[in-house]
Design a protein around this ligand. Structure first.
Ligand code: ADP
Ligand code: ZN
Length: 829
């Protein structure tokens, strides 16, 4: 009789591997379960992706144990992760790992420990060891050490002669130790009254059966504790001997039963104050949008909608109603929002609408909290999940609606690690698999989305007006000399940051007790420290970028590698004392505003000021409740916040947004400016937005001025087509990194030549990246692209890249060169 074996995907490695299933694990090994398996010389965590007779063929080794006590990824998530691995060209194991909470891996790590011969030989030579070796042995007696720890803590080379000799003599060993998982379930013992006891309670005969006062008291407490039972540790906290004895007796009498239950270490904040939202009738546009969505719900067919409406037009309300409908159909809902939008405000609205049915996932949660939530969601305890990018993998079953709010946001793309996936696009794929409705919402939809509307892939729903009569703000362009132009004019420093019209408008708003938001999308004090004498700009020693001056501590910091240094007094190149700061960061902006308006209470919001957990939420609510008059900061101030008392929004330097070396620069810049505009005058008649720029005729500035996003998109799209960029072309960015620049350049040329032999695939580059070096590694990029007209779905493109990378994998020229593959890149730097 033959028995099935398992195919297992491992993170970081292409393909899947066959393993035998030990009889004892037979019932637990199903697709989606995480297991510990031996691989090469150590044990690692993998995912069962298939159980079949066919898998037996190459299987020689066995699965060692299962992890997660019975929680498995469902079939849909197996398909989703498979798709992610094929579409984004990464190992399936990496996609699977992205779909579960962090901190769950168990794997062997090799460490040094004492060998078997240690105790027998020790006394013989004890005195003969050099001091470091003696100290090492003492340390190893306490705990094993990795090679790195040995190098760092003892001045010993783990490959050196001393260590080798110790190994030969059997005094120490180098072997595998199982590490992790870092997060585990927390089990609680819960006590209940037994059925018998409950029956006796009703006719009062119960208390007669119990001899002690303590016992009777315990029964009363359990009775009052309700259906869910009472935690044993809570019941016995600080308990006397009598009470413990009484409890044991009750358990023996079978009046009290004990259950072991997993604790949910996630306690949502109580949120009230939004409860009335759903009493207001929907307006016409909202009703129309919902009618279209409801029709699809009822037909249980996939359809994706683009819900296009300015901030405050009632999109969130549409999401809430659509989710309610999915729930009545006994289906579930997933809501993705950009990380920064996970404010108490939004959460409050969802809590008010869905109460205990909604869970939230975000990066500030502790690993244990996230793990428990994940398990609870898998068990169906929360039919609504709201979260940032990675929540797209939430283990919901039977999705009925998938919402992606602010669908244009670049943060939906994971750039910095594998898989480099787009949460927005994975969400669409999940909706498709589930026959669900997808709603992509935005005030400034991505040009890709408009293109999809044209191609019939997205259905456009529009909310043309702000609800409740709130009007769009007045948008004013304020020409502002660029820094080079203004040198000869006699202007004070303050005047250069904020122009006269802006200062006057700020003064007026402050005098009416209205709030102001000022955006400058650059943190720090000044982005450049320049020598006036030799013209040299202070640069990072590890990266090809200038260092940013930060006022507190007077330091220069690299925003790429975190290098920091005291700011020099004189130019390190020529020794001159004439160093000056150039450009405007948020710290400088904050300082200028405080100097101009000494009575105003000014707060700064950027990632430096908001690094503490909860700082963002705290400042948001402080500003909302009027503790500050002015909020100055980076793009954070433009996103997801609802401040009814803000009347004036200022963009200090629109140029920073518009002149990036990226084909999406004007789309991004205009989108950010319009989002900020959405913050002004949400509840008032006098919303006012002022945009300072040296390029008042720039298409993006005009788009913001006319507040006509659709028109802007149609005017920009032809440029995209001409430039062979998305949405007309599909791109894969190949990035090569290495410490040796020649190697990087050569590796790229090899890839280029190989790609050239694939017909229909076009190439741009290779060239050094916009930031040509980060952390001492040189970076080159090569853009590979195909037209969507001739390569529907991008199959040809992915095939070419995959083939070439496979062929090149073993070439000596690509040794020590890291190749990153970014499908549908959102950043070309
Ligand atoms: P968006 O998500 O497009 O920014 P919201 O859904 O947040 O818009 O709506 C803006 C404001 O208008 C919110 O305070 C919301 O509670 C309110 N609102 C939404 N729909 C209605 C409606 N039909 N009637 C009255 N108020 C509404
Ligand atoms: Zn650096």
């Amino acid at each position: 009789m033959s028995s099935p074996a398992a195919l297992i995907a491992l993170p970081g490695i292409e393909g899947a591997f066959s393993y035998l299933i030990p009889p004892a694990l037979k019932s637990q090994i199903i697709p989606g379960v995480r297991v510990l398996v031996p691989f090469r010389s150590r044990r690692v965590t993998g995912f069962v992706v298939e159980v079949s007779e066919a898998a037996r063929e190459n299987a020689t080794r066995s699965i060692e144990q299962t992890l997660d006590s019975g929680v498995a990824l469902n079939d849909e998530l197996l398909r989703v992760t498979k798709w992610v691995s094929e579409y984004y060209l990464c190992p399936w194991g990496d996609a699977l790992r992205a779909a579960i909470p962090a901190g769950l891996d168990a794997e062997d790590q090799f460490k040094f420990c004492l060998g078997e011969a240690f105790s027998s030989q020790l006394t013989l030579d004890e005195s003969g060891f050099p001091r470091e070796v003696q100290e090492l042995l003492d340390s190893l007696e306490e705990s094993p050490l990795s090679a790195r720890q040995i190098r760092k803590r003892f001045s010993l080379d783990p490959d050196g002669v001393e260590i080798r000799q110790l190994k030969q003599r059997g005094l120490i060993e180098y072997r595998a130790f199982l590490q992790g998982p870092r997060v585990n379930e927390m089990i609680e013992r819960v006590l209940h009254l037994s059925a018998e006891a409950r029956a006796a309670l009703s006719d009062d005969s119960l208390f007669a059966q119990i001899s002690t006062k303590s016992g009777q008291r315990l029964i009363r407490e359990l009775r009052d504790g309700g259906e869910d039972g009472v935690s044993r540790s809570a019941l016995l906290r600080g308990a006397s001997k009598n009470r413990r004895a009484a409890l044991n007796e009750l358990v023996e009498q079978q009046l009290v039963t004990e259950e072991r239950r997993a604790v949910l270490r996630w306690k949502p904040d109580a949120m009230n104050g939004f409860a009335g939202e759903r009493n207001a009738p929907l307006n016409n546009a909202q009703s129309k949008a919902l009618a279209a969505i409801a029709k699809q719900h009822d037909e249980r067919e996939f359809e994706a909608f683009l819900l296009f409406g300015v901030t405050g037009s009632g999109k969130t309300r549409v999401y809430i109603e659509a989710i309610e409908r999915a729930l009545t159909l006994r289906r579930t809902a997933l809501v993705l929002v950009p990380e920064i939008a996970l404010t108490p405000q939004l959460w409050g609205r969802f809590r008010a609408a869905f109460g205990d049915r909604v869970a939230i996932q975000h990066s500030a949660q502790a690993p244990a909290e996230r793990y428990d939530l994940w398990r609870a969601i898998s068990k169906g305890e929360f039919p609504v999940v709201i979260g940032a990018r990675s929540a797209v993998f939430a283990p919901l079953e039977n999705l009925g609606v998938v919402v992606v709010d602010e669908e244009h946001e670049a943060s939906y793309k994971q750039n910095d690690s594998v898989p480099r996936y787009s949460g927005r696009d994975v969400a669409l794929y999940r909706a498709q698999l589930n026959g669900a409705v997808a709603i992509l919402g935005s005030a400034t939809p991505s040009f890709e989305s408009f293109y999809s509307v044209d191609k019939g892939k997205l259905t456009l729903l529009t909310l043309p007006e702000r609800v409740a009569g709130a009007r769009l703000p007045r948008i004013e362009i304020v020409p502002h000399a660029s820094e080079e132009d203004s040198e000869d004019e006699e202007k004070s420093e303050a005047e250069r940051v904020l122009t006269k019209p802006v200062r006057e408008a700020m003064a007026a708003a402050l005098s009416h007790k209205k709030q102001i938001i000022v955006l400058q999308n650059r943190r720090g004090y000044a982005p450049f420290l320049i020598c006036d004498f030799c013209g040299k700009v202070q640069e990072c020693p590890n990266c090809a970028v200038s260092l940013t001056y930060h006022r507190p501590g007077k330091i220069l910091r690299c925003h790429y590698c975190n290098h920091r240094d005291d700011a020099p007094d004189r130019c390190p190149s020529c020794g001159a004392l004439d160093l000056s700061l150039s450009g405007i960061g948020t710290q400088k902006l904050e300082e200028e505003i405080s100097e101009l308006f000494p009575d105003a209470r000014v707060a700064r919001m950027d990632s430096d000021a908001m690094s503490r957990l909860g700082a963002h939420a705290a400042l948001t609510s402080a500003f909302q409740s009027g503790e500050y008059d002015v909020l100055a900061g980076t793009q954070m101030v433009a996103k997801g916040l609802d401040f009814p008392n803000v009347e004036l929004a200022v963009i200090a330097q629109a140029d920073t947004e518009l002149f990036h070396p990226d084909f999406r620069a004007s789309e991004r810049g205009a989108s950010l400016m319009l989002q900020l505009a959405g913050r002004a005058g949400r509840a008032s008649e006098n919303g006012h937005v002022m945009i300072q720029t040296s390029a008042p005729d720039h298409a993006a500035v005009k788009a913001v001025q006319h507040a006509n996003w659709m028109e802007f998109a149609s005017s920009e799209l032809p440029n995209r087509e001409k430039g062979k960029f998305p949405p007309f072309y599909r791109l894969i960015l190949l990035r090569a990194l290495a410490t040796d620049e020649d190697r990087v350049a050569k590796a790229m040329l090899i890839l280029k030549r190989k790609l050239e032999s694939h017909r229909g695939v076009e190439l741009l580059g290779p060239a050094p990246c916009a930031v040509a070096k980060i952390s001492n590694r040189f970076r080159y990029s090569l853009i590979v692209r195909t037209s969507k007209d001739t390569d529907a779905g991008g199959k040809k493109l992915r095939h070419a890249v995959k083939t070439v990378l496979d062929e090149a994998a073993d070439l000596p020229e690509l040794n020590r060169v890291q190749i990153e593959v970014d499908v549908d890149p959102v950043s070309l730097t």
